[in-house]
Design a protein around this ligand. Structure first.
Ligand SMILES: C[S@@+](CC[C@H](N)C(=O)[O-])C[C@H]1O[C@@H](n2cnc3c(N)ncnc32)[C@H](O)[C@@H]1O
Ligand code: SF4
Length: 450
């Protein structure tokens, strides 16, 4: 590796403030790196082959996507379909059918499933009966581990006592509730209809049932969300006493209503990158003072009930069996996405086809890529583990880069143990992308030299 290839990943140092200045932009971790798309006409045969034999023992997850929402929140890139009761009932029939069909295959039966995630969209837009049917089917048909984490993702609006009870009775043991901000003005401006008081009442009720882990999602960097409002958001969320809290930096996604509104000058713009690190720092400091466990860069746990298993295992590259329109999963080196076109999803299932929109295979680097992602994601790792997969020469280059990042205030490196600072955790996706680039360059050089 040349010095230039390495130095392009160096962080800005020399007395600058790492949280603010380490890089000029925040990277995203690209899920499709190193993946080769199969031709569309081979999707079905690849799928059948995949399902036909048992898989080697590996950690395993299941994901069920519910692509409906009450409305399109301005900041969100996940919105696909408006929820209407008839569509929910029909969709539930299809998902149940899909699970029952695939569950019989040798591949799905071969390993226990450690965590199930019912995500969206908004699963809690479905009716109590629909939620219960999906969770009951998952538990009856899939080989769940005895301590399987079963998460239902939702929001406050339209999630009532009947639905909560239906989820609990069916076996859900974790709720991840998107709040984003408790400030009524900030919330409503983004299309979140419940007021601060309604949000708090709802969450306290869920907490008081004491029958499942409760996780609250907050976003920092929303328009109008000042540092003072952010402090209030943190205090309010922690004051409710949930089992865990996620803090996400706002990703201003092109094509979302928020992007369009800001571009048209109809909205105050979001905080500049230079200020965003301060919001993360305030959150990290808030939890450190209260002795919450930092489970990953964006997630803190208050109680031992919270494991965050699905999110941790997915980053490690665990197999993920996916169901539902718009879901994505992977088994071994094959990754797949299910069509987000509801009519196509229905038509494929009715014709006894898996509703595949995309099938890819990974290159030989994927296990190492996964290890890098999972390691930086939890903020502390042993470089020797990477070395065992990457080889000594590669680790020497990576170590040189880690030393530069250490000098720039992003981490400490002692006896092979890498420990990210708060700034390193804020910029973690940049660090992952740099490692992935370097590993790919080395792989390509080795292939070209051969
Ligand atoms: C897939 S979304 C579904 C959440 C749920 N439907 C709701 O409305 O709360 C899961 C979480 O992603 C986060 N999220 C969504 N859009 C985001 C964005 N543009 N930037 C940062 N975080 C975002 C939010 O915190 C949200 O709770
Ligand atoms: S934040 Fe949730 S409810 Fe709002 S559009 Fe996104 S997925 Fe739907």
């Amino acid at each position: 590796m040349t010095g230039g290839e390495l130095s392009q990943h160096f962080a800005n140092g020399n007395g600058l403030i790492p949280l603010r200045d380490a890089f000029s932009r925040r990277s995203a971790v690209m899920p499709f790196r190193g993946k080769q798309r199969l031709p569309s006409d081979s999707f079905q045969s690849a799928w059948q082959e995949l399902l036909s034999s048992p898989c080697p023992p590996r950690k395993r997850l299941a994901y069920i996507h519910v692509p409906f929402c009450a409305n399109h929140c301005l900041f969100c890139g996940f919105y696909r379909n408006a929820y209407v009761p008839d569509a929910g009932a029909d969709y539930t029939d299809l998902v149940v059918e899909e699970i029952q069909h695939d569950a019989r295959s040798p591949a799905l039966r071969s390993n226990p499933i450690q965590a199930v995630y019912l995500g969206g969209g908004t699963p809690t837009a479905l009716s109590a009966t629909e939620l219960s049917r999906i969770i009951t089917t998952v538990r009856a048909e899939l080989p769940l581990a005895a301590d399987c984490e079963i998460t239902v993702e939702g929001r406050i609006i339209h999630f009532d006592a009947e639905k909560i009870d239906a989820c609990l009775e069916a076996g859900a043991n974790r709720f991840s509730i998107g709040v984003q901000s408790f400030d009524t003005t900030v919330r409503r401006r983004q299309g979140r209809r419940a007021s601060r008081e309604e949000a708090i009442r709802f969450l306290e009720d869920l907490r008081d049932r004491d029958r499942a882990a409760l996780v609250i999602d907050l976003i920092y960097g929303l328009p109008g969300q000042t540092p003072e409002i952010w402090q209030q958001d943190l205090h309010t969320a922690a004051g409710i006493g949930p089992d865990g809290i996620d803090l996400y930096g706002l990703n201003l996604i092109p094509g979302t209503p928020l992007s369009a509104a800001i571009a048209a000058g109809k909205f105050p713009s979001t905080p500049a990158l230079a200020e965003i690190g301060g919001f993360y720092d305030a959150g990290a400091d808030f939890f450190r003072r209260r002795n919450w466990r930092q489970i990953s860069n964006n997630h803190w746990g208050r109680t031992t009930r919270e494991r965050n298993l699905y999110n941790l295992l997915i980053k490690e590259g665990a197999d993920c069996i996916a169901f539902g329109s718009g879901a994505g999963g992977s088994i071994g080196e094959v990754s797949y996405g299910l069509t987000s076109d509801l009519a196509q999803y229905r038509e494929d299932l009715r014709a006894d086809r898996k509703p595949l929109g995309m099938v890819t295979t990974s290159d030989a680097l994927q296990p190492l890529r996964n290890l890098v992602t999972a390691s930086f994601e939890i903020g502390r790792f042993d470089l020797a583990r990477l070395g065992a997969l990457a080889g000594g020469e590669t680790v020497a280059s990576l170590t040189e880069l880690l030393r530069q990042w250490e000098g720039a205030g992003l981490l400490s490196l002692n006896d092979n143990l890498v420990d990210l600072t708060v700034a390193g955790r804020f910029w973690y996706a940049n660090l992952i992308s740099a490692f992935h680039d370097i590993l790919e360059n080395r792989l390509h050089s080795a292939v070209n030299a051969a």
